[in-house]
Design a protein around this ligand. Structure first.
Ligand SMILES: *Cc1c(COP(=O)(O)O)cnc(C)c1O
Length: 401
């Protein structure tokens, strides 16, 4: 959990500056705040870090997806393609704007398979959301080329990969926009929080106004409260304390990534001892944010056996095939069309007709990979004790194999 592993005096200093003004709101109060605009500064620094023109801070990574899709005009009648290996938030946001999530296969990058993506495109596809899962980039150039050919915008879910990139260009900056999360288990954390980055000024203005009840963020003729609105909005605002923490965390991002890369390399050397092991393909190893070490064993049975031994030795890996939050066949509420809405929306139309059925066996290529996948989270601070524990566990697994 890297973000809070590196909490220190820097975060405290930023927070204290906010508390000294008494202004926790990101807008207004020009006298009281004495020039302190932490969320705005966090946006500016984050955009610069990603190499894009604009950034919009929001209340979570899920809100970032929702605000981005809304500003892109995606809604009922539309389809959005994403992958069947991601956090539930990606498709929750698609449903929440009224569109239907269409799930495509991942390849050995553990991210969207470009060829399978192309086979899922229909006349209704209005956005494509590749997810840069587990810290490493998707084949984003290939995905973008396909999307361009069909003139479909790409939203990169970069929640798990701030600082990652390809050929020196940051993930989140390839598509029309990219979203980030700062929840407690992400590379940077503000407790709760999210960001959307884009070079498109019009899209940015829409996101900015939508996330703030439609307030006019350009003219604001009568001051906040007196102006008119261009469209209906909602409240997904980030507050100053989160912006303050985000600023301190962002300044540490390159250091976090560098430490994770060193630790990942150390762990990979140990894991390489396992018979038949192979590693996840990372399109540009120099652009790995290295939050996770992902590796495959030859078959499902071996994978489970090895992980049982690792676990008995205190160093069990994450087996995503059993993970109920990140893997399509384990999303029982999606498969069972469970919803609080009396009408059955979003799985049924208002008149009761079923809109969609999700088949648990729809993604065999993903299953063939994820059934053989083990993952170690890579800490920023890897202690000698932990390293020794993993080394011993790997040795035990090797001896048993
Ligand atoms: C964490 C995460 C999100 C959602 O972020 P929250 O800030 O927790 O709402 C979205 N997509 C992916 C891939 C994530 O890992």
């Amino acid at each position: 959990m890297p973000g809070f592993e590196v909490f220190g005096v820097e975060e405290k200093k930023e927070i204290d500056e906010v508390l000294a003004t008494g202004v926790l709101f990101r807008y207004e109060f020009p006298q009281e705040r004495r020039g302190i605009y932490k969320v705005r500064q966090f946006e500016e620094d984050f955009a610069r870090y990603c190499g894009v023109a604009h950034a919009q801070a929001v209340s979570s990574g899920t809100a970032a997806l929702k605000v981005a899709l809304t500003a892109m005009g995606v809604g009922p009648g539309d389809e959005v393609i994403t992958q069947g290996f991601t956090f539930v938030a990606t498709w929750e946001a698609i449903f929440d704007v009224g569109a239907l999530p269409i799930f495509a296969e991942v390849d050995d990058t553990l991210n969207l398979d470009p060829a399978n993506l192309e086979s899922k495109i229909t006349a209704k596809t209005k956005a494509i959301i590749p997810v840069h899962m587990l810290g490493a980039p998707a084949r984003i150039k290939e995905i973008k080329a396909i999307a361009d050919r069909y003139q479909i915008p790409v939203l990169e879910d970069t929640a798990q990969a701030p600082g990652a990139g390809i050929d020196g260009r940051k993930c989140g900056s390839f598509g029309l926009c990219g979203t980030f999360s700062f929840d407690p288990v992400k590379t940077l954390t503000t407790g709760e929080g999210g960001m959307i980055v884009t070079d498109d000024q019009d899209l940015w203005r829409k996101m900015s106004e939508y996330h703030d009840h439609g307030h006019d963020h350009i003219k604001n003729p009568g001051g906040r409260g007196g102006e008119r609105r261009s469209f209906i909005g909602f409240n997904f605002r980030m507050m100053e304390l989160q912006g303050a923490i985000g600023l301190a965390q962002l300044a540490k991002l390159d250091g976090i990534v560098a430490a994770q890369r060193r630790n990942k390399e150390t762990l990979a050397k140990l894991v390489a001892e396992l018979p038949g092991v192979s590693f996840r393909t990372v399109p540009d190893p120099a652009g790995d944010n290295a939050s996770f070490l992902a590796f495959f064993l030859p078959d499902e049975v071996t994978t489970k056996q090895v992980n049982a031994i690792l676990g008995q030795n205190g160093a069990g890996a994450v087996y995503f095939a059993n993970n109920t939050w990140h893997y399509y066949p384990k999303w029982e509420h999606l498969l069972a069309a469970s919803t609080l809405a009396r009408s059955g929306w979003p799985f049924k139309e208002a008149d009761g007709r079923r809109r969609v059925h999700y088949d648990p066996k729809a993604l065999p290529q993903s299953a063939a990979l994820i059934d053989r996948l083990l993952v170690y989270p890579v800490p920023v601070k890897l202690t000698d004790e932990r390293l020794e524990q993993i080394a011993k566990a790997v040795k035990a697994a090797k001896a048993a194999g």
